[in-house]
Design a binder for this molecule. Structure first.
Ligand SMILES: [Zn+2]
Length: 82
């Protein structure tokens, strides 16, 4: 999977399960981690996913509720000023 230059928040959300599974390439992983360092919203999101995984013991797309996903993406939109 190719990713151009900078990750967007939406791209990060899409990649988070692969990141936690360790299935990203080194380049993708670098971009992911650089984004998380700079973006409080995504750092928060990643923390939520990690907590979910810790609680459920599994990592699946289904374990991330659509509601939580949309809520966070909505927060991101607000932060970016629309
Ligand atoms: Zn972000």
């Amino acid at each position: 999977m190719l990713i151009s230059e900078d990750l967007t928040c939406r791209e990060l959300v899409e990649l988070v399960t692969e990141y936690l599974e360790g299935s990203l390439s080194p380049e993708e992983r670098d971009r992911f981690e650089q984004h998380v360092v700079l973006c409080d919203g995504c750092a928060f999101y990643l923390e939520q996913i990690r907590t979910t995984v810790a609680l459920t013991g599994s990592l699946t797309e289904e374990s991330i509720s659509p509601e939580a996903r949309e809520l966070l993406l909505g927060v991101f939109r607000d932060w970016k000023g629309g």
